[in-house]
Design a protein around this ligand. Sequence first.
Ligand SMILES: [Mg+2]
Length: 273
Amino acid sequence: MAAMTTVIFDMDGVIYRGSETLPGVVDCIRNLRDHLIKTGFLTNNSVRSREDYIERLRRYGIDSEIHEIMTSGEATARYLISLGYNGQRIYVIGGKGLATTLTASGFEVDTLDEGNPCDFVIIGWDREISFNKIARAQHEILVNGAKLIATNADAMFPTQGGRLLPGAGSMVAAVERASGTSAEIIGKPRDLSLRYLLDELGSGSDDPSSVWVVGDRLDTDITCGNSHGAVTVLVTTGIASRKDGEQADGMLRPDHIIDKIAELPDLITEADK
Ligand SMILES: [Mg+2]
């Protein structure tokens, strides 16, 4: 195993939960940075822009810079540009941050009222999804030949207090069903957004095993890290329990399980021996 250069944190359930910073997080991040280890923050949530996340992390007591943050929305914009689809027109089902991110990357985002023919339908989590939005997406795909892309496909969205809400994946499923098409999914468990973040951090050509990925979900965070060849750490302050982690197989299985982020520096010291 290569010496660690970079630690990538999922945010919700790892850095914070609801309005609280999880115990030990601020000290852990300071400790890593003091040891010249790069830190990055990777989220499947596309509702907010990267600028929004800088502000959000600051409220939780963590200073960050734009190159340390990657969202599935930003990854979607980069992916389309990498394929040569610069400036194309997109119909978006998603939060304000997704539209802002795509516009800032040079795409034309069409609103429900405008109704211009679109090249892509992009779906992220949308608290205001409606029959009309699904119908418009269906029309773009079936009539105008738009390609369907999902920023992520998380089935459920857990809230503080444990109540589950429908995740972006349930909205993607509605449009897939209505259009008879399968969406291409950009976020975790695919390692595309992780690779974009590592490139931003200057860690893109590092040995994958010098990268540690810390998350609270097996089917997204841990699978993403494992498929990249990173060292994976499940922290049990979010979705998955210690038992879930211990019983997981294959790509879902974390290399390490900790019950709080405060245990991470000791784990790293141990692993580096
Ligand atoms: Mg999470």
